[in-house]
Design a protein around this ligand. Structure first.
Ligand code: WTA
Length: 630
């Protein structure tokens, strides 16, 4: 039970929250998991369906290439849909959706399975086979999860590219994955405007050169170019007899790939994180069940985009594995008015809201009157993810949205981890700004540069010391970089790329990235991607990008560029460059500020020293400069 002697500002769980929670004593759960890690995960895995039971829970003989549920046969989609569609849950709502213009669509488990089977039949008729990669580039419409599930049902591997990315980002991801099929929309609604997804896709398809067919979902009805022999309408194919009937599920090995998701790492181009059917399924199922304490009657809203890992794990897979009702909304939180979210919570009786600090800070700016106009009493739990939440935003969220009744699950995790890693549960005393402690069965630590655990409240590198089922298996086509990027700094330990400290109560406080990743509004971008977009502009010779603190976005991108010889500094150049990045990479990557400089600080080997730029911008001491060129 709640320990009353914790330091600092603590919010204790209510008796009510503890009474209805699946887990009432997480220390006991943690002890059990530590005593028998494989038994702990096997118990959870046994709640799901396997065509064939596994021989071994964890095989670490080829570490860091860990394998989970070795020899087991399953398909995550069977557990997401068929398992429920064949029981009393068949009529339960699986997916609820509201469009930006206010339309509403819903799917029962039975109906969602039917749509997924129909679409899977269409994919098969286009020649998609087990192991093929399918790129999905769509807005937030129900056909997006349907496309993901249909792909996985037939054993193909989905690669979802966030709909906020543009030409170059999409082209690179298509090419790297060698996808032959692209699924997209004619356009997407965003704040009343239309994002021309198909037009962007056309340009990317041309640059990438691997795509043979493009399937287009009609969302806006705006006229678009359809290329004969390559482009096909989703609704036309779904109306053909080939779509009808069930679709036999592909029996997958637990370790077979489920999806790849590109994310920015330390250097160079984004790499695809690879997740599997078996372990990822067990990890997302278990963590969602216990952390957001899923009950049969719950309506769960994860307000992320399905194009990022949060949407994969906690809009699509986690909720469906749990037989829960997942709500998805197409548009922006403040459109047309800042009460849009609160209105939908009231309208649909949402019980759990899971979002990012940047959204909370953005909504806070509009004041309390907007949420106060709505009945938010259905809410029971709140969640936060993507970046550290500042205590001020935490307390606003807790008081104004949760009315002081709803505990906040501040979940730390990554594309790579697939599932929550540092997170409270409803029975746990909370401290605003801390994700509390690692999930049972997960061992983490904070180390100094030389690999020793740091003292309480000292900052260090956050590492993971035990394998977990939803862990990435490798980087697609680049196993060496997988080892080098994650497993080489400290032998036998997974390097998160974050820094953190742990207080005297063992609570973790994540500070932020220590590598070349910038978190802008919770979105993960790499300095290399932004710089390469900048130098693809005809006037630019070299560029450096850094993240600087921003009140709402967490971090904002600041860029420094050097012009090519003979190029003139014009009044419009900076704005031109910002637009160029937005067009190549996406509006989220548009630098807040660009400065034209005569030189960039570099090491003698020619590496740009971003930390020097950052220190200068913040008016801080740049530290050791002995490696600086001049
Ligand atoms: C950051 C998102 C503090 C962190 C699920 C991590 C967080 C990166 C939190 C992964 C949190 C995520 N508190 N920081 N609760 N959650 N982060 O891959 O820096 O998009 O390494 O996955 O987000 O970002 P990614």
């Amino acid at each position: 039970m709640a320990d009353k002697t914790l330091s600092g500002e603590v919010f204790y769980p209510t008796e009510d929250a503890i009474r209805q929670a699946h887990v009432k004593d997480w220390d006991k759960m943690r002890e059990e998991a530590e005593r028998d890690l494989e038994g702990f995960w096997a118990k959870e895995a046994n709640e799901l369906h396997w065509f064939q039971h596994w021989d071994k829970v964890l095989d670490d003989s080829k570490k860091p290439f860990f394998q989970w549920f070795v020899g087991g046969k399953t398909n995550i989609v069977y557990n997401c849909l068929d398992r429920h569609a064949e029981t009393a849950r068949r009529n339960k709502l699986a997916l609820l959706w509201e469009g930006e213009k206010g339309e509403f669509r819903s799917f029962s488990y039975f109906a969602l399975r039917r749509e997924v089977c129909r679409f899977a039949n269409v994919l098969k008729s286009l020649g998609v086979k087990k192991g093929d990669r399918v790129t999905i580039y769509m807005g937030r419409v129900p056909e997006l999860p349907i496309a993901m599930l249909a792909t996985a049902r037939i054993g193909a591997v989905h690669s979802v590219v966030y709909g906020g990315f543009t030409v170059e980002a999409l082209a690179e991801r298509i090419e790297d994955s060698q996808s032959k099929l692209l699924i997209t929309c004619d356009g997407a609604y965003q704040r009343g405007k239309i994002v021309p997804l198909k037009q962007i896709a056309d340009e990317a398809v041309q640059r990438a050169g691997t795509i043979e067919s493009v399937l287009v979902v009609k969302r806006t009805g705006e006229p678009i170019n359809m290329e004969q022999g390559r482009d096909l309408w989703y609704h036309e194919l779904m109306a053909l007899p080939i779509a009808n009937g069930g679709c036999q599920i592909e029996v997958m090995d637990a370790e077979d790939p489920l999806y790849m998701l590109y994310t920015s790492g330390t250097t160079g181009k984004p790499k695809a994180i690879l997740h599997t059917h078996g372990g990822y399924m067990v990890g997302t199922y278990t963590t969602l069940k216990y952390v957001f304490d899923i009950h049969e009657e719950d309506r769960f809203w994860c307000a992320a985009d399905p194009g990022w890992v949060t949407g994969h794990s906690y809009i699509v897979y986690g909720p469906l594995l749990n037989g829960a009702t997942s709500f998805m909304y197409e548009g922006a939180p403040t459109y047309p008015y800042p009460n849009r979210w609160w209105q939908m919570i009231e309208k649909y009786g949402i019980n759990i809201l899971y979002t990012a600090p940047t959204a909370i800070r953005g909504l806070m700016r509009f004041g309390e009157a907007w949420p106060n106009r709505h009945d938010l009493s259905s809410l029971r739990l709140l969640g936060s993810v993507g970046e550290p939440i500042n205590p001020e935003a935490w307390k606003w969220y807790h008081r104004v949205i949760g009315k002081g009744r709803c505990p906040i699950m501040d979940t730390w995790w990554q594309t790579e981890t697939g599932m929550f890693m540092i997170t409270p549960m409803p029975c746990v005393p909370l401290k605003p700004g801390s994700g509390t402690r690692p999930f049972p069965g997960v061992k983490m630590d904070i180390l100094s540069e030389d690999g020793k655990p740091v003292k309480p409240n000292e900052e260090g590198f956050l590492v993971i010391k035990t394998p977990w089922p939803a862990m990435l298996r490798t980087l697609y086509k680049d196993p060496e970089r997988y080892v080098q990027q994650y497993w080489s700094k400290y032998p036998g330990m997974y390097m998160t790329g974050d820094s953190a400290r742990r207080d005297e109560d063992g609570y973790y406080w994540v500070i932020g990235r220590v590598d070349d990743v910038i978190k802008v509004s919770g979105y993960r971008l790499g300095t290399a991607e932004i710089e390469s977009a900048l130098v693809s502009h005809h006037a630019i010779a070299e560029a450096a990008a850094i993240g600087l603190p921003h009140e709402v976005k967490g971090n904002a991108i600041h860029a420094y560029v050097m012009l090519k010889a003979g190029q003139q500094k014009t009044d419009t150049l900076v704005e031109d460059l910002r637009q160029h990045v937005s067009k190549e990479l996406g509006p989220i990557a548009k630098p807040e500020h660009i400065e034209i400089v005569d030189s960039l600080p570099k090491t003698r080997s020619g590496k740009i020293m971003r930390r020097v730029l950052k220190a200068r911008a913040l008016g801080q001491d740049p530290g050791n400069l002995t490696t600086l060129e001049e």
